[in-house]
Ligand binder design. Structure first.
Ligand SMILES: [Zn+2]
Length: 357
């Protein structure tokens, strides 16, 4: 029997070696007898089942920091980045899967895009492991902001330490942004959507019907100007469920969990989403036309002044993104490369100007 963990899945920007964090693996048969196993390669475990028809695994996963792509656990919450926690049977990623959580005493809530198993507390299901891997789970002492519906579909925002600000006003604005995102495509391809606030920090990752976002609200959010950056960030992650998750480069689904999935189209998945995250705010009347032009002006100027534009195209930048390392482009590389987050939205704007509708 061959079991697989995932080598990495942060498809758009980085490969993470999740298998390295698996420790103290014990495998036993249905009678509780230990079974022999060994490592078949960097993310694969070979189990000598000895004729046993079912096996049980226990293992620890090391967690070191709270981040949208990694597992994290402390006394007040646990965040599950499923790609780094759940193993699947080799070549059987399409098997349905059920997950039962055992919350620490006092923990009150779960935030996830996974479907609940009716009648069973803290139990969730996915039609296959690919869906499970695309559905992070946050559990702990969480707070839920006032939810809203768009075209009949509920949208939730549940998170840890969300901060002190006018949550009703904030969610009213977020609803406007989401409505504009939905208006671009015209339909919503899921039964519910959840923003999962993992706590303070930076970064966000889009998933099928949820996104994991580092978030800590403050009184600054009580002004529209202060709210704008975070609304455009949330609009960006949300818009990805269209552009990146469903309208996507062919390489980005199903993922090659063993080797990663390189594509030269991140300028579309990321860059054009960045164009829309600005436009959503404009359409929602949360940003003036003048401000949005200033933003694009800044991006065009920065691109035209960067020597990297003479060395690298956005397709090359997309393909090479994993070579950048965890801290992005450094030293002289900055002058020889372009950012698809900067040039991509400008191209998005130009395509939009070319095809007015
Ligand atoms: Zn993005």
């Amino acid at each position: 029997m061959i079991l697989k963990c995932l080598f990495g899945c942060l498809a758009t920007t980085r490969i993470l070696n999740y298998a390295n964090d698996v420790h103290n693996l014990k495998i036993s048969d249905e009678k509780g007898n230990d079974l022999k196993w060994d490592k078949a390669n960097h993310n694969t475990w070979r189990v000598y089942t000895n004729g046993s028809s079912s096996i049980q695994l226990t293992y620890d996963v090391k967690t070191t920091r709270s981040f949208v792509a990694t597992n994290y656990l402390n006394q007040s919450r646990g965040f599950i980045a499923p790609t780094g926690l759940f193993l699947h049977l080799a070549n059987q990623i399409n098997l349905p899967v059920t997950v039962k959580l055992k919350p620490y005493p006092g923990w009150n809530k779960v935030a996830t895009g996974l479907e609940k198993v009716e009648g069973k507390e803290f139990t969730y299901k996915a039609q296959n492991f690919d869906v499970l891997y695309d559905s992070p789970i946050l559990i702990g002492n969480l707070e839920e902001l006032p939810s809203f519906t768009v075209r009949g579909i509920p949208h939730y925002f549940i998170g840890y330490q969300l901060g002190d600000f006018n949550k009703v006003d904030f969610m009213k604005d977020l609803k406007k942004v989401i409505e504009e995102a939905v208006n671009v495509i015209g339909e919503i391809p899921f039964k519910s959507y959840t923003f999962i606030g993992i706590g303070p920090g930076g970064g966000g990752i889009e998933h099928l019907n949820s996104s994991a976002v580092a978030f800590s609200g403050s009184k600054v959010f009580d002004t529209q100007a202060g709210r704008r950056t975070v609304l455009s960030f949330l609009g960006h992650e949300y818009f990805h469920h269209y552009n990146a998750k469903r309208i996507r480069p062919v390489e980005l689904g199903p993922f090659d969990y063993d080797n990663g999935s390189r594509t030269n189209m991140l300028w579309v998945a990321e860059g054009i989403t960045t164009y829309y995250d600005e436009m959503l705010l404009r359409w929602a009347d949360l940003e003036s036309a003048e401000d949005i032009f200033k933003g694009f002006q800044k991006s065009i100027k920065s691109y035209e002044l960067s020597p990297g534009r003479l060395f690298q195209s956005v397709s090359q930048a997309s393909y090479d993104t994993w070579a950048d390392g965890p801290f992005g482009r450094t030293a002289d590389e900055v002058n020889k490369t372009v950012s698809y987050y900067e040039k991509g939205p400008v191209l998005g704007m130009m395509l939009d100007l070319k095809n007015p509708s």
